[in-house]
Write a protein that binds this ligand. Sequence first.
Ligand SMILES: NC(=O)c1ccc[n+]([C@@H]2O[C@H](COP(=O)([O-])OP(=O)(O)OC[C@H]3O[C@@H](n4cnc5c(N)ncnc54)[C@H](OP(=O)(O)O)[C@@H]3O)[C@@H](O)[C@H]2O)c1
Length: 347
Amino acid sequence: MTRVFINGYGNIGRRLASAILGDKEIQLLGIAKYTADKKTQEALQNGLDIYVPKEKMEEFTEKSYRPIGIIEQAVEGCDIVIDAAKEGGGFLNKRKIYNPMNKPAIFQGGEHRHGKYSVADMIHNSRVNYEKASGRTYVIQGSCNVSGMGRIIQPMIETFGEEITRFDVALIRRWADLEDSKQVKDSIEWDVNPHHQDDVKDFIPTANLYVDAYKVPSRMMHLHQMSIRFKTKAPNKDSIIETFRKEFGIAILNSASGTAQVRKKAMEMGFSHGDTNMVHIHQEVVRVEEDTVKIPYSDDQTGMVIPENYLLLQSMLKKLSKQDALAKADRLFQMSHKKKTLEEEFN
Ligand SMILES: NC(=O)c1ccc[n+]([C@@H]2O[C@H](COP(=O)([O-])OP(=O)(O)OC[C@H]3O[C@@H](n4cnc5c(N)ncnc54)[C@H](OP(=O)(O)O)[C@@H]3O)[C@@H](O)[C@H]2O)c1
């Protein structure tokens, strides 16, 4: 049985833990906590074993959180680490722990692919390069925005190929996640050099892609406005929608009024953590004019990358075929069911 350790128990780590607990072929060795706070209690209540830094053993024990061991012991005992540290933490963990122990690891999208803080030489996007991750030791799972863009751009390229001359994307990013305690600032802020453009080009190098990113005062998902320019007249709206109809992790909605309505519906329907785990194309606002197609879609920030991490694990460690891995992910995350439910609700 594959033994997995999740290093970090924030928005991403918590979701990864609940997903992996549902797979009977994987043993979740435990999770790492660095702060002896209420989330530790939650992890214990969920039946998780907790590992902490050596110097924090006493603090956790004093609060009766009873860690089962230190982080290094968990890394030693697992087959692969899923690192879910805050941006940059993965780099330090790799240098201090994973590398010396020669332990494979998955990193999250907040880590660097290039430069002196680079943690891996590839970014995974299951729609594009699942097979390339097979047997690798270190791979980055693209961030939620990067995963979403890959999911839309790749089918467009496969269907319309060289007819497309350019992709322009405005990323309208949520300020914070629902669980975050940080305040949402009343401001619209821009990103001078969004990493998302280079990240997507890393796995779709042929895409002539330009990305602008703005952060808005919301906690309810990202919204991307993608404009796709064609050499001549653009295809009609029906053929654009058909391109995505059967795609894994894409729902086509027709009557949602905004991102909050989709998120609240996911919560109301009892989806795990209130996540849809996908992108939602808002069909009623897809437009085709002359040589340009505009596709607005919302992107489930926290949920988006959880099935992606799971798929990446199947590729790196188990070298499973993409078809089998997708079938497993579909069962575990109920992707087809969620897609059908959302499409019926927002018909
Ligand atoms: N949030 C999203 O929507 C989202 C989507 C896609 C990708 N990502 C990426 O996923 C990563 C994690 O984001 P997040 O939103 O889950 O962050 P988060 O909620 O702030 O959680 C970060 C976690 O890191 C833990 N931590 C502290 N020091 C650590 C260390 N040395 N090694 C490992 N973990 C450590 C913290 O533990 P304590 O709480 O115990 O201190 C905390 O639980 C980032 O790279 C981010 O860019 C996030």
